[in-house]
Design a binder for this molecule. Sequence first.
Ligand code: FES
Length: 107
Amino acid sequence: ILIRIRDREGKLHEVDASTDMNMNLMEVVRSYELAPEGTIGICGGIAMCASCQCYICSDHPLPEKTEDEEAMLSEAFYVNDKSRLGCQIRITEDLHGLEVELAPEGA
Ligand code: FES
C-alpha cells in the first residue's frame, strides 16, 4: 500500500509498504531510513519509548489505542490529538493512502 510520511525535516516521502510482512508503521519508517538510526524504534516496538510517535494526518480507520499506548503517550513530549505510536499501527490494506508526520526527535 502507499503511505505518505513527512520526516522530521519536513520532507514528504511516498513509500510502498507491504501488508503481508506483518510490519508496523515504525518498521516501515526504519526500513526506508526516514529517521536516523537510534532515534526511532528504541524500545523495539513494545510501546515503551515514544520514539516512534507520529501524527496521523488523514482520516483512516486505525486500531484503537491499547492501554500501554495511552500510558506511553501520556508521558511523551510533543503529544497532540493526532499522536499515535507508529509501532502500534500494523500495516493493513485499509491504510492505503495513510498520511503521517513523524514527531520531533526526543518525543
Ligand atoms: Fe518504542 Fe514504538 S518503538 S514505543
